[in-house]
Design a protein around this ligand. Structure first.
Ligand SMILES: [Fe+2]
Ligand SMILES: [Fe+2]
Length: 154
């Protein structure tokens, strides 16, 4: 089905966001594993897998709309040097993702593409959960202190 070029452009921008997030989280997850924080590894790896599914769905949608998925572009990837940095950089990425998905959903609505809008809304729901997770970790660190928090993450 021939898609609207404006919508395809938005989906490709979201794809860039997802591919960048996958890279960031895979590195963060493996750093956590390397330091022995296995629970944190599992949680971040699960987020990386969520982002991979998002990328798959977006690529599928672009192809359905007869567009070309741009898999070559990545945003600058920010890797944390500490657990605190990883969590706060992850939170920044997720808040940005929520903002960008909301913007892309508006474009889909304006262009009358309800199918793409529904897909982006489904992904937005996951991104909001990712923001929630990052905020929970930040709260726990603030309440119990980083050392105590890390004892819960081995
Ligand atoms: Fe995502
Ligand atoms: Fe996310």
């Amino acid at each position: 089905m021939k898609g609207n070029p404006k919508v395809i452009k938005e989906i490709n921008a979201m794809l860039t966001e997802e591919l960048s997030a996958i890279n960031q989280y895979v590195v963060h997850a493996e750093m956590c594993a390397n330091w022995g924080f296995h629970k944190l590894h599992d949680a971040i790896e699960k987020q990386a897998m969520d982002e991979m599914h998002h990328a798959e769905w977006l690529i599928g949608r672009i192809l359905f709309l007869d567009g070309t998925p741009n898999i070559y572009k990545l945003n600058p990837i920010k890797i944390g040097k500490t657990i605190a940095e990883m969590i706060s950089l992850g939170a920044v990425s997720e808040v940005d993702a929520v903002k960008e998905y909301n913007g892309a959903i508006k474009v889909c609505a304006a262009e009358g593409d309800s199918g793409t809008k529904q897909l982006l809304e489904k992904i937005l729901g996951d991104e909001e959960k990712h923001v929630d997770w990052a905020e929970e970790q930040t709260d726990q660190i603030a309440r119990m202190g980083m050392e105590n928090y890390l004892t819960t993450q081995v």
